[in-house]
Ligand binder design. Structure first.
Ligand code: NCD
Length: 314
């Protein structure tokens, strides 16, 4: 795999391969020295035009645990604030010859565009409302670790589907892995054409009890130019996942950050059915696997040898 721009770059075997490799890295996370030499001498550039807590920290940790050198670039505080374009910024930073660039931008398709401006491997860490493939991979990994397989699993994705890049990548990844997906939310926040992805669409939670997994999405206020719901209070009254709506056998997921009291009640976030922190932990392992994958295939990349489990000094 040269780049990871879309979850559609991976078929089922590809998703399984990344999850298997992520699992082989899990043991590294439990060591006192959490480092292997797999990407020693490689440089990974994290290029973030949008705020991020989980994705950015886990890509940084992932690269460091593989012994790569990491440059973190945030648009705020950079020459972007002086008006430098995306292309000039990428070409400037590409002059440092990074082997991989991890990109988050508010613009759909930006990571694809960047592949034309540099030889580095590009990993899409979220492009506007379009895609977030590594989030989908870490969610698949989390469920696979918990349940063994996703075949026949019934997953409901509830909330602001319209503005969610997570939803688009996740629906495709879950279906590829054999799950059945239903998306649910108010009609204003669930675009009708989402059904072309092959998922079911519901506008009420009436059938939620049949779900094995409830995946709540954040209300993306920062992407809304108009009012999509009367008030957050009324939205929460109809769609919030709380202890009353979440069954004792249902698992709960959310990509973070959570708006407590809006899409999720605080008690279910912290409750025993919640996989939210497992998702965060999986993020580092899956991003290690993705960086390894895009760099291992390169001519000047690391040797794609057996899983690098040897302990080395930091
Ligand atoms: C998501 C994102 O940025 O798309 N968060 C994440 O990467 N963990 C979801 C969100 O912001 O709601």
């Amino acid at each position: 795999m040269r780049h990871l721009l879309s979850i559609e770059d991976l078929d089922r075997a590809g998703i399984e391969r990344i999850c298997d490799r992520a699992a082989s890295f899990a043991e590294v996370a439990d060591r006192s020295i959490k480092k292997v030499p797999a990407l020693r001498g490689r440089t990974v550039l994290n290029l973030f035009y949008e705020s991020s807590t989980r994705t950015r920290s886990s890509f940084e940790l992932a690269a460091k645990r593989l012994s790569a050198d990491v440059v973190n670039f945030a648009a705020s505080g950079s020459s972007v604030e002086k008006g430098e374009s995306l292309r000039d910024t990428v070409q400037t930073l590409a002059a440092h010859r990074p082997h991989a660039i991890v990109v988050r931008t508010p613009w759909a398709g930006a990571s694809q565009l960047i592949t034309n401006w540099t030889d580095a491997a590009i990993v899409n860490a979220g492009d506007g409302q379009h895609e977030h493939p590594t989030q989908a991979l870490l969610d698949v990994y989390t469920l696979r670790s918990r349940l063994g397989s996703l075949d026949g699993l019934d997953v409901w994705i509830v909330g602001d589907v319209r503005h969610s890049r997570v939803a688009r990548s996740l629906v495709l990844a879950l279906q590829t892995m054999g799950a059945t997906v239903t998306v649910c939310g108010p009609p204003t926040l669930v675009p009708r054409d989402i059904a072309v992805l092959g998922c079911d669409v519901r506008y009420t939670l009436d059938e939620l009890p049949r779900a094995d997994v409830v995946y709540a999405l954040r209300m993306q206020n920062e992407r809304m130019e108009q009012a999509y719901v009367p008030t957050l209070r009324e939205y929460a009254a109809v769609y919030q996942i709380d202890a009353r709506r979440l069954g004792p056998d249902q698992l709960l997921m959310h990509p973070g950050p959570v708006n407590r009291g809006v899409e999720l009640a605080g008690d279910v976030v912290d409750g025993p059915r919640s996989l939210i922190l497992d998702q965060v932990r999986a993020g580092v392992l899956v991003r290690m696997a993705v960086l390894f994958e895009v760099l291992a295939g390169r001519e000047d990349g690391p040797r794609p040898t057996a899983p690098p489990t040897q302990e080395t000094p930091a």
